[in-house]
Design a protein. Structure first.
Length: 267
């Protein structure tokens, strides 16, 4: 018995970026995963994301091709290469910016994860991992969470898993959903999928709640992202790129963001 698909989308494309999860739309189905952008193409010169604020979420930036320079109002600066990770728990407010290097093709993903109330109030903190530091299995990279006896180097803010799966020609692989996970989505970015799941390239698929296993088969090989999580039962209060579980926490963070703004050069 397989899990039914309740939603599928190819997203809304704006140049290099395709938005597949919007906090106020698809995010209602996938929370704690509340935002997902797919970056894909040859970046124009000086393309990227200027200084912008966040609060109440964790951002997860991951490129499978190309690279980007990232700077945070915390003072951290880093260059993300292929399969390096920037993980930022924005807590009560932070600013950051990213400059995509224009000398090569770029393909990457940014995910936002809603924080539970106890983490919304904390100071922001970030973790940077190089590709060689990521927990790996033959079929997947365990970007966040615990699965099959393995544990990610980064502790996620909630009970969730986030994997990059890489299947070879003709391979079959089963994701055994943790018993306390209800939410599950995938995003195929290369190759093909058959078996329980048929997907077009660059399509986000959301499955019905439950914890049944899912079998993935591929004829020509497949690369996809998979997220699963325990249901996030908090209602979300959203203002731009600040997402909180209460109006009070949102107001406090917006005030903090304005205070930080006066201390950094917005360009």
């Amino acid at each position: 018995m397989s899990r039914e698909i309740i939603y599928r989308t190819s997203g809304q494309n704006h140049g290099l970026i395709t938005r597949l999860i919007n906090p106020s739309i698809q995010g209602k189905l996938t929370k704690p995963f509340v935002f997902f952008d797919y970056i894909n193409g040859h970046p124009p010169k000086n393309s990227g994301f200027g200084w912008h604020p966040h609060s109440g979420i964790a951002t997860f930036t991951y490129y499978v091709e190309g690279s980007t320079d990232i700077q945070e109002s915390t003072g951290n600066k880093v260059n993300l290469g292929v399969r390096d990770i920037e993980y930022l728990e924005t807590g009560n407010g932070v600013w950051h910016k990213g400059q995509i290097r224009g000398d090569r093709y770029a393909r990457g993903f940014q995910m936002w994860i809603a924080l539970p109330p106890e983490l919304e109030k904390q100071e922001p903190k970030s973790t940077f991992l190089k590709n060689m530091e990521i927990t790996k299995h033959r079929e997947y990279h365990l970007l966040l969470g615990k699965y099959n006896g393995l544990e990610s180097k980064i502790t996620p803010p909630y009970n969730l898993n986030y994997l990059e799966v890489n299947l070879e020609i003709g391979q079959t692989w089963t994701y055994h959903t943790p018993t306390d996970h209800d939410i599950l989505f995938i995003f195929l970015y290369e190759g093909d999928l058959t078996g329980d799941v048929h997907s077009q390239i660059a399509e986000l698929i959301v499955f019905e709640n439950g914890n049944l296993p899912l079998e993935f088969r591929t004829l020509n090989g497949a690369k996809f992202l998979l997220g699963s999580a325990q249901s996030f039962d908090y209602e979300l209060v959203i203002k731009g790129s600040s997402i909180h579980t209460s109006h009070e926490l949102l107001r406090n963070s917006i005030q903090r963001i304005q205070e930080i703004k006066s201390n950094i050069l917005i360009s």
